[in-house]
Every structure is written in structure tokens, then in C-alpha cells.
Design a protein around this ligand. Structure first.
Ligand SMILES: *Cc1c(COP(=O)(O)O)cnc(C)c1O
Length: 236
């Protein structure tokens, strides 16, 4: 039901607002990325008509289909999933921002396929703060630095900051640790490169408050807006 969807959306917006107030931050310093993976294009259209601009998708095939289905709707597409190097063209031609860049191998194809008529592709580097949880993301500061240097060599890519997906955790104290560490790595990388890196993409349905307290500028929220996801299909 659209009303339930819009109610959940408004609730997430007010959680973000409250978390900003609590952290002494201006509410417009945190953007909501609505993570619509495995949910229908119609739900995206409803939220877009309610004023939501940024949507996050994880699977190239699904993103491409939704871009096509919603080509009349103004939407900023954020790619947040693992990317195979043979799918870089689809992302370079459709995405506003790539949150999950984690390998040097992706950089040249993303830069090459970014169309000249589009602004540079905004890029975040994915950091893995707890190696047990996932294989995606760099694990050392040195790897992060090499990746950043490779990105900034390309004019069609625009390095904006870092992203992380910590292991799921419900304890607020434990939740804040990887977020604080991501902020510290961002500050260190920014100093090392002498380059502003304004964006920290961190925080999801269960931990957006902790992420905002540690400086998130983008929270990626799926379940608490769209409801539980249908089980993942064969999409890649
Ligand atoms: C699915 C996903 C989200 C949204 O997670 P929820 O717990 O549903 O809010 C955020 N970020 C990434 C990278 C995801 O894959």
C-alpha cells in the first residue's frame, strides 16, 4: 500500500532528523539513499513523487531495468553493490554515484565508459572494517591510498569519500566503532592527498543513528522504507 510505504519513508526521515539534532548537526548535512533493491519500480516511482531523489541499487541487471522503466522520473541512481569488471559500462552510463569501488581493476573501465555529456561519476571507496563479515572492501590504509590515487588520475571520475558496511550488530556502542574508524581513515586520506573528501556513506536501517553520530553524510536505508525484501533471485 502506498500509504504504508510513504508512512515508513516519513518515519525514516524523522529518525534522520532526530539523529542530526542529537548529534548537533544540521539536518541537511545527511542525505537519505533509499535502497530499493528487489523492490518494484512502482515503489520507487511513488517515493520519487513524494520528493525522494536518491535511490540505491545492488544488481546491475536490476538497475538497468529500473532506469529504463523510470526514464521519465527524475532520479539519482546510486550503485551500492559488488561490481564485476565486465559490467562497468552499465554503471558508468547510468549512475550518479558509485559507492562500492573496491578494486583497481574497475577504475579504467568506469572512467573509459563514462559518457562525455555526463558530469564525472562520483566515486566512493569501499572499506571493509571487519574482515570476517564480507570480502568486499579494502582492508588496509595502504590499499585505500593506492585505490584513491588510481581514481584521481581520471578526469571522468570524481573521488568524494568512503563507504562501509559493518557486520550487523544491535549494540549502539559496538555499532559506532567501525563508523568512527571510517571517519578517521577519511580524514587521514584527505590529509595525505590534500584533497577534500566530504562524503561518508555509512548507516543502514538498524544503525543509521550511530552512523549519523559519527559523521555519516549519506545513510543507505532499505528495509525500514520498503519493508522486508523478497528473497534474492539470480540477479547479478
Ligand atoms: C541492502 C543494502 C542496504 C540497505 O540495508 P537495510 O538493512 O535494508 O536498510 C544498505 N547498503 C547496502 C550496501 C546494501 O546492500
Amino acid at each position: 500500500m502506498p500509504t504504508a510505504l510513504i508512512d515508513r519513508y516519513r518515519t525514516v526521515q524523522s529518525r534522520i532528523h532526530s539523529a542530526c539534532v542529537k548529534a548537533n548537526r544540521a539536518p541537511d548535512t545527511v542525505r537519505l539513499i533509499a535502497v530499493s533493491k528487489l523492490h518494484p519500480a512502482e515503489d520507487i516511482r511513488i517515493l520519487a513523487l513524494s520528493g525522494q531523489l536518491a535511490f540505491g541499487e545492488n544488481y546491475v541487471q536490476e538497475l538497468t531495468a529500473k532506469v529504463h522503466a523510470l526514464d521519465k522520473t527524475p532520479i539519482e541512481w546510486h550503485f551500492i553493490g559488488p561490481l564485476q569488471s565486465n559490467k562497468c559500462k552499465e554503471i558508468a552510463t547510468t549512475a550518479y554515484m558509485m559507492h562500492s569501488l573496491d578494486r583497481v581493476k574497475l577504475i579504467a573501465p568506469l572512467a573509459h565508459f563514462r559518457p562525455e555529456h555526463m558530469p564525472p561519476l562520483k566515486v566512493l571507496l569501499q572499506v571493509n572494517m571487519d574482515d570476517e563479515h564480507s570480502k568486499s572492501g579494502v582492508q588496509t590504509f595502504n590499499e585505500l591510498l593506492l585505490l584513491a590515487q588510481a581514481v584521481i588520475a581520471h578526469k571522468s571520475l570524481d573521488l568524494q569519500g568512503l563507504m562501509t558496511i559493518p557486520a550487523p550488530c544491535t549494540d549502539p556502542i559496538a555499532q559506532s566503532r567501525p563508523f568512527a574508524q571510517l571517519r578517521e581513515w577519511r580524514d587521514r586520506l584527505s590529509d595525505t592527498l590534500n584533497l577534500a573528501l566530504p562524503e561518508l556513506s555509512m548507516g543502514m536501517s538498524v544503525d543509521l543513528e550511530a552512523a549519523i553520530a559519527e559523521g555519516a553524510t549519506m545513510v543507505r536505508v532499505g528495509t525500514d522504507i520498503f519493508g522486508a525484501r523478497p528473497t534474492q533471485s539470480h540477479l547479478t
